[in-house]
Design a protein around this ligand. Sequence first.
Ligand SMILES: Cc1cc2nc3c(=O)[nH]c(=O)nc-3n(C[C@H](O)[C@H](O)[C@H](O)COP(=O)(O)O)c2cc1C
Length: 276
Amino acid sequence: MSKIDLDLKKCSKCGLCIKDCPAGVMATGSGGFPEIPESRKPFCIRCGHCEAVCPTSALTLQFRPAEKTGEEPKASALPPAQLEAFLRYRRSIRNYKSDTVPRDELDAVFGALKHSPTGGNSQGIKWLVVNGKEEVRKFTGIAVDWMKFIKENDPEAKLKFSADNFIKAHEKGEDLFCRNAPHLAINYYSALNGSGATDAIIAMTQFELLLSSRGIGSCWGGFFIMAIKSWKPLQTALELPEDFNAGYAMMFGYPSFPYHSVPRRKMVQVRYFPER
Ligand SMILES: Cc1cc2nc3c(=O)[nH]c(=O)nc-3n(C[C@H](O)[C@H](O)[C@H](O)COP(=O)(O)O)c2cc1C
C-alpha cells in the first residue's frame, strides 16, 4: 500500500502532485497539504509522478526512496536536432562482429530500460538474453527445424516459399533468422497482463535505441518471433514459462561496418484535425 512522506517545511501546497496523479489518488488533506486518503491507497499505481513533479522535492513515496537521485540531467537538455539525428542514423544491423557486449554495458541498458512505460505502471516485462554466437545458433537451428516442418507438412503456409532459403542458408553456416549475431534478446509477459503485448514492443523499441546510443547494433527478429510463437520445441528450449507470452525478439552486437548516410524514406502521412 502506498504512503507518501511529506516534508511540511518544503511543501508549497502548489497542488501539482494532486493534478498530475494519473490514478487520481492524491487529494488535499488537512492544512491544505497533499495526502493519499486511506480509501484510495489501494489504487495508487506507484508511478512516482507525484514525487517527480514536485518542484520543491517535498514529497517522497515510501517505496524504494533510495532510487530518487535528483542529480540526473533534465530530459529537455537533449536538443531536438541531436535526438532527431540519432533516430535518423539508427539502422537495422545484419552484419555483426563475433565479440559479445560486456556485461556492464548490458546492465546499464537494462538499468535505463526500467523507465520504459507500461500500462498501469505494471512493470511486468521480463527478458532473456542469449550470449554468444554459438548459443544463438543453437536456437536458430531449432527455428530452422520449424522451417523444415513447414516445407514438409504445411503446403498452405505463407512462409513455404522462404523455407528453402532459411534451410539452405543454415546448412552453409549462414543465419537468416538472427544473422549470426552474438546476442539475441527476447522479452515476454504474463498472459494475464492486459497491456503486456504493447508494453513489450515499447520496451523493445527503447532497448534498440539504448543499444544504438552505445554503438551496439541490432535488428528486430521478425522471423524468429514467428518461430517462437509457432514452434513449441523453440519455446521449450528457451525455457519460456507456460503462462507467459513472447513479446518480441531482437538480435544485437557490434556492427561489422558503419553507415555513412541516411537512406531516403517516404514522408509520414499525417492528418491534422482541424487543419491549421
Ligand atoms: C517488426 C519488425 C520485424 C522485422 N523483422 C526483421 C527480420 O526478421 N529480419 C531482418 O533482417 N530485418 C527485420 N526487420 C528490419 C526491417 O527490415 C527494417 O527496419 C527496415 O528495412 C528499415 O530499415 P532500418 O531499420 O535500417 O531503417 C524488422 C523490423 C521490424 C520493425
